[in-house]
Design a protein around this ligand. Sequence first.
Ligand code: 5GP
Length: 190
Amino acid sequence: MDALKERIMTDGVIIGDSVIKVDSFLNHQMDIAFLKKVAAEFAERFKGEKVDKILTIEASGIGIAALTSLYFNDVPVVFAKKHSASNLSDDVYETRVYSFTKQKENIIRVDKRYISAGENVLIIDDFLACGSAAMGLGEIVKMAGAKVVGIGAVIEKGFQGGHEKLVEKGYRVESLAIIKEIKDGKLVFA
Ligand code: 5GP
């Protein structure tokens, strides 16, 4: 998606050699008019797929997943939680996910009531890096006896290998902007 690549070039801030901050339009302040176009692009990529539910992970996937739902007949959006809390039921699907940005393992959980056997689930997230978050979400869908119709990432860091791992598992992956490498402090798109 060319407009997205341009926006990342203009607003993206490179941290170290592999982390990209897009806080001005996606991860802190959200540019809704722009992100509606991003969500519409997910709808275009996955058109023809039956989607009963969208699954993401807190916190930064929630906004884009909610906007994407608008283009899929307002299907429910479920987000996996990273923290256990007294208001979360004990009856959960859970799995371990390694967080690349925080360099630690999280247990992510989804209440069993919110994904049911036979449902078609579209996984949406802001970034795809090593693929751990998407893989964990896919495992949860499988535990529920539901089906992953696809995985959509707004930004993929192609040099971190997540895409290949997910495709090897049989998932369809659609990333709207793929960063091939960071060279001399600059983003190089695929
Ligand atoms: P993965 O599990 O694919 O390694 O990483 C994806 C998750 O980590 C996403 O949910 C995203 O929130 C976070 N993430 C990974 N890389 C980046 C990055 O460069 N920038 C930001 N803002 N988040 C990232």
